[in-house]
Design a binder for this molecule. Structure first.
Ligand SMILES: C[S@@+](CC[C@H](N)C(=O)[O-])C[C@H]1O[C@@H](n2cnc3c(N)ncnc32)[C@H](O)[C@@H]1O
Length: 302
């Protein structure tokens, strides 16, 4: 059964915001090149969420028209609104299931997806459907996040006066281990690991399969961002982590990883850290970053 992503982990606003640092301006042309896009082309985005990738791809490109599908009505509503706000009329958002796409065979030049194949119930079926709707000579691309170590995901240098950060990090590692080991997202919706995507493309009979790594990092102390943007990021990432953590607590899977006291302590330290970051934003005394590695896999349909 499909569980709404927006009520499960990421609210439309959080999803949208995190994409603005995952898909940067500098990467746009490279991503388009890697998708093997050149002429006037019809693109399908599968599992579009709030539509960030579709808007990102069509920006400044009159030659592209995009159909973007998702099952989550709240994401689609946000996607429609955001596209309208940006004056974009070359994207059509539709509610549809990736396992049974409502399109004719060979009706698109390219299919693309972003953090979708690793977050859907039946990725093999979705890939078969993507393959069916792309014309020979077209391409299929998938961008997904590699699993990473918590010290890479979130790291930084804090002033010595910040006495709680050491303890926070010890707990964060335990919490992260809980996320990884119980892999609630995976159990919940049977997601696959991103390292399996290239093999799936081979199995699906796609040709000229290529990989393109896309790394990104966000720094709270990045002086090139406005203080408002940094504050918004701190608030949203606190909300997101809290929501995710409470979800795991609710599932009851924490018992193998944390004591009851540590659950409460993590809640307190999480809040303390967000407040500390917020209060010391202008000091230039914290250097914190948050980064991941994504992998883009592209295959040609023959
Ligand atoms: C991690 S989110 C990624 C959203 C968006 N691509 C992004 O990166 O911002 C995964 C998305 O896949 C959608 N999804 C999962 N299974 C689906 C299916 N069978 N058909 C259509 N959408 C699906 C979810 O509703 C959710 O919006």
């Amino acid at each position: 059964m499909y569980k709404k992503w927006s009520s499960y982990f990421q609210l439309p606003e959080l999803l949208e915001y995190t994409r603005s640092y995952m898909l940067t301006e500098e990467m746009r042309e490279l991503i388009l090149q890697h998708m093997l896009i050149n002429h006037k082309e019809k693109i399908l985005e599968v599992g579009c969420g709030t539509g960030y990738l579709s808007r990102y791809l069509v920006k400044g490109r009159k030659n592209l028209s995009v159909t973007a599908i998702d099952l989550d009505e709240d994401f689609l509503q946000a996607a429609d609104k955001l596209a309208r706000q940006e004056g974009i009329d070359s994207i059509t958002f539709l509610r549809a299931d990736a396992s049974s796409l409502p399109f004719e065979t060979n009706s698109f030049d390219h299919v693309v997806s972003h953090t979708f194949l690793t977050s859907t119930q039946n990725p093999e079926r979705a890939l078969q459907e993507m393959h069916r709707v792309v014309r020979p000579g077209g391409s299929i691309s998938s961008i997904t996040a590699m699993s990473v170590n918590p010290t890479i995901v979130e790291s930084g240098i804090y002033p010595e006066t910040c006495s709680f950060i050491h303890r926070y990090r010890i707990l964060f590692e335990k919490v992260w281990t809980m996320y990884q080991r119980t892999n609630s997202i995976a159990n919940y919706i049977n997601a696959l690991d991103s390292s399996q995507v290239p093999r799936m493309f081979v199995k699906e009979g796609l040709k000229e399969i290529s990989l393109f790594p896309i790394g990104y990092a966000f720094s709270f102390s990045d002086a090139s961002l406005t203080a408002d943007k940094r504050k918004k990021y701190i608030t949203l990432s606190y909300q997101e982590e809290r929501k995710k953590f409470e979800h795991y607590v609710h599932l009851g899977v924490w018992k193998d990883f944390l004591s009851e006291d540590e659950i409460d302590e993590y809640r307190i330290l999480l809040q303390k850290k967000a407040t500390f970051l917020w209060e010391h934003l202008e000091d230039n005394s914290i250097f914190e970053w948050n980064g991941r590695a994504n992998i883009m896999v592209t295959g040609r349909v023959t």
